[in-house]
Design a protein around this ligand. Structure first.
Ligand code: SF4
Length: 372
């Protein structure tokens, strides 16, 4: 996951850390490149440096574990082998291939950026990080990853893995969200990547963080850069990086309408903004309590809807929210012509569900409703 935002780039970095990185640059680069050549994991996106495949893998790997991404990546590039295929596909197809990965805005941004690459750049990937940054969904991390791996530009990257490795290598005992710390991470990354094989070097840092310099119990005895590691010398690896301050969690409660017609369920596609935008779901309305569900669903579905009390509850933990879905059986005399907050609605048979983009939480609610 990208650890920083572009605007933090202008903050002054920590000169002491930069000097330490400069003194160790040669040794670090040599050791990491040799180690990566020998020990990198064989991953499906590493068989080529095609910018399209690098891009898809980097976007999928944001917020998602490598093991989980492997199958999704293979299926995705089989279905959309080139950026032109992705741009030509309906967004609904892309969302359906993304189903289960979560953070659907990533898939929507992929689709929008693919269209821009085809329509604005004639189907050719922009070949440098500055031009890539103009595309939807490209932050400094993604632009740096694609530019360095696919086009060998010495563009820096800082994600969670790299930030952890740097914090320990250079004993950076600072608030991980402070602008100076973030600026220092990017300055160190820029300094170190400047040389041959920038793509391999960036990947070696990420790989070290993922497999050796792990969040808990780093394998320092196996580490190719332990002789240069300040945290290892000071025996403070367990203290770094400092933990981030957690943002307070929010709760979201939704009353969900379970409307049936035979074995079909009424599903609606959310409008293109907000949480779960563009995804299919059983029609729902925010509520402050389970008891207010019937009134809110009446408001959404119209006076002809008969809404009963909730028969089940589905709970899910999202990154920053606790989600609770109250499932209400609803009898409808006919399908609504339109629903406020939704682009369309339809009766959907069980075998048609797989083709739709549906969040994991709503998928669990549908399974619960189907079993009822
Ligand atoms: Fe991380 Fe240990 Fe290597 Fe230092 S020596 S970079 S703490 S794995």
């Amino acid at each position: 996951m990208p650890a920083t935002k572009r605007k933090t780039k202008t903050q002054p970095p920590n000169d002491t850390v930069l000097a330490l990185a400069k003194n160790n640059k040669h040794a670090l680069r040599e050791a990491l490149l040799a180690w990566f050549a020998q020990f990198q994991r064989p991953l499906p996106w590493r068989v080529s440096t095609d910018p399209y495949r690098v891009w898809i893998s980097e976007i999928m790997l944001q917020q998602t574990q490598v093991e989980r991404v492997k199958d999704y990546f293979t299926a995705f590039v089989l279905r959309f082998p080139t950026v032109k295929d992705l741009a030509a596909a309906p967004l609904a197809d892309v969302l359906s291939m993304w189903r289960g990965l979560g953070y659907y805005s990533r898939a929507k941004n992929l689709h929008a950026a693919a269209s821009a690459i085809v329509n604005v750049h004639g189907g050719e990937f922009p070949r440098n990080s500055q031009a890539l940054l103009q595309l939807k969904g490209f932050g400094r991390y993604t632009a740096g990853a694609v530019a360095s791996i696919a086009f060998q530009e010495p563009a820096p990257i800082v994600d969670g893995n790299v930030a952890r490795v740097f914090a320990r290598l250079f004993a950076m005992d600072a608030d991980p969200q402070s602008p100076t710390h973030v600026a220092t991470l990017w300055a160190v990354a820029s300094l170190l990547v400047d040389g041959e094989q920038p793509g391999d070097f960036n990947q070696s840092l990420m790989e070290l963080g993922a497999t050796v310099c792990t969040p808990k119990n780093p394998s320092c005895l196996l580490c190719p850069v332990r002789t240069s590691c300040a945290a290892q010398h000071q025996s403070i690896t367990h203290l770094l990086p400092r933990p981030k301050k957690q943002a307070p969690r929010k709760s979201l409660h939704l009353a969900v309408a379970v409307c049936r017609q035979g074995d079909r369920l009424l599903l609606a596609r959310r409008a293109e903004t907000g949480l779960f935008s563009g995804l299919w779901e059983m029609p729902s309305a925010t509520v402050t309590s389970e008891q207010s569900g019937p009134a809110r669903l009446h408001q959404l579905l119209g006076a002809n809807a008969h809404v009963a009390g909730a028969f089940a509850t589905v709970e899910r933990t999202l990154t920053h929210r606790d989600l609770m879905l109250f499932l209400h059986p609803v009898t409808l005399s006919k399908k609504p012509a339109s629903l406020h907050g939704y682009l369309e609605c339809a009766w959907v048979a069980p075998h048609e569900l797989a083709a739709l983009g549906i969040s994991s939480a709503m998928q669990a609610a549908i399974e619960r409703a189907s079993a009822f």
